[in-house]
Design a protein around this ligand. Structure first.
Ligand SMILES: NC(=O)c1ccc[n+]([C@@H]2O[C@H](COP(=O)([O-])OP(=O)(O)OC[C@H]3O[C@@H](n4cnc5c(N)ncnc54)[C@H](O)[C@@H]3O)[C@@H](O)[C@H]2O)c1
Length: 259
């Protein structure tokens, strides 16, 4: 194949949670591969800054304030994409939150909050993308799950369960599109501990308790956290035609943290 190894030029990508962390890094990677990128985040200052930082890449970039839990925001986005772009090729569902909780009667507020963003937000994103992608019979979706979905999670019970749900919906949706004969690939990535705002929550909670940052990293990251760009590279691969035979797959990216 001639040309760059990954070429997304002419494609339109939506990335949720794009103001920071893994979402922001994914938006940059996808933009550098030539796609037009639509950055969504409920943090309107952050998402505008993330979009401005992408000007250097020279791609089409738009920031939208968007809360993934709000049906109205998805409705407005769908109408706008149809009117302005006429296509949607790529969706990365990266918006997510983590809360500390455990399985007892106090869990319900955090359970509702975490499931609304991580599960319902991801589902709404998939629903919107599939509406657009079914019209042309092709597209690629990556959901950001977590290695926390793979085993019990005593400090963040709702978070782990929400990510297990994300992985399961990923598989189910991929089976549906595949059985319908559509070239719409849907995969999930499961990052291990990654240096983002979410990691900061863990540092704030555990550094003092465990005796310092080094100890926290030893417990949560087997030594070193991932950088968001390292996760974004896998996401970029999965949304590209290089991954043309990959759908319904769940990829841990954790440098053997869970091995
Ligand atoms: N950092 C880690 O260690 C780690 C590990 C595994 C998985 N993940 C997952 O990666 C994804 C990205 O997280 P991150 O680590 O980059 O954290 P982050 O906090 O840096 O970024 C998350 C972004 O999502 C946005 N967001 C939160 N709720 C939203 C909502 N309702 N609507 C729109 N935007 C919303 C935030 O404003 C923020 O910009 C999340 O789904 C997270 O669960 C993170």
């Amino acid at each position: 194949m001639d040309g760059p190894w990954i070429d997304l030029s002419g494609q339109v990508a939506v990335i949720t949670g794009a103001a920071a962390g893994i979402g922001q890094a994914s938006a940059e990677a996808i933009a550098r591969a030539g796609a037009a990128v639509i950055l969504l985040d409920r943090d309107h200052v952050g998402v505008a800054a993330a979009a401005a930082a992408l000007d250097k890449v020279g791609c089409k970039v738009v920031a939208r304030t968007h809360d993934v839990t709000q049906e109205n925001d998805w409705q407005a986005l769908g109408d706008w994409i149809a009117a302005e772009w006429g296509r949607l090729d790529i969706l990365v569902n990266s918006a997510g939150i983590a809360r500390f909780d455990r399985v007892d009667a106090s869990i319900f507020p955090t359970y509702h909050e975490v499931f609304a963003v991580n599960v319902e937000g991801t589902l709404r994103g998939m629903a919107l993308a599939l509406d657009h992608m079914r019209l042309v019979g092709r597209g690629a979706i990556v959901n950001v799950s977590s290695t926390a979905s793979l085993k019990g999670n005593p400090a963040m019970a709702s978070y782990g369960a929400s990510k297990a749900a994300v992985s399961h919906f990923t598989r189910s949706a991929a089976l549906e599109t595949n059985r319908a004969g559509l070239d719409i690939r849907i995969n999930a990535v499961l990052p291990g501990f990654t240096e983002t705002g979410m990691a900061q929550q863990v540092y704030d909670q555990f550094d003092a308790k465990l005796g310092g940052r080094e100890q926290t990293l030893q417990v949560f990251a087997s030594g070193r956290p991932a950088q968001p760009a390292e996760i974004a590279d896998l996401i970029l691969f999965l949304v590209s035609d290089r991954a043309s035979f990959i759908s319904g797959s769940i990829y841990s990216i954790d440098r053997a943290q869970g091995a």
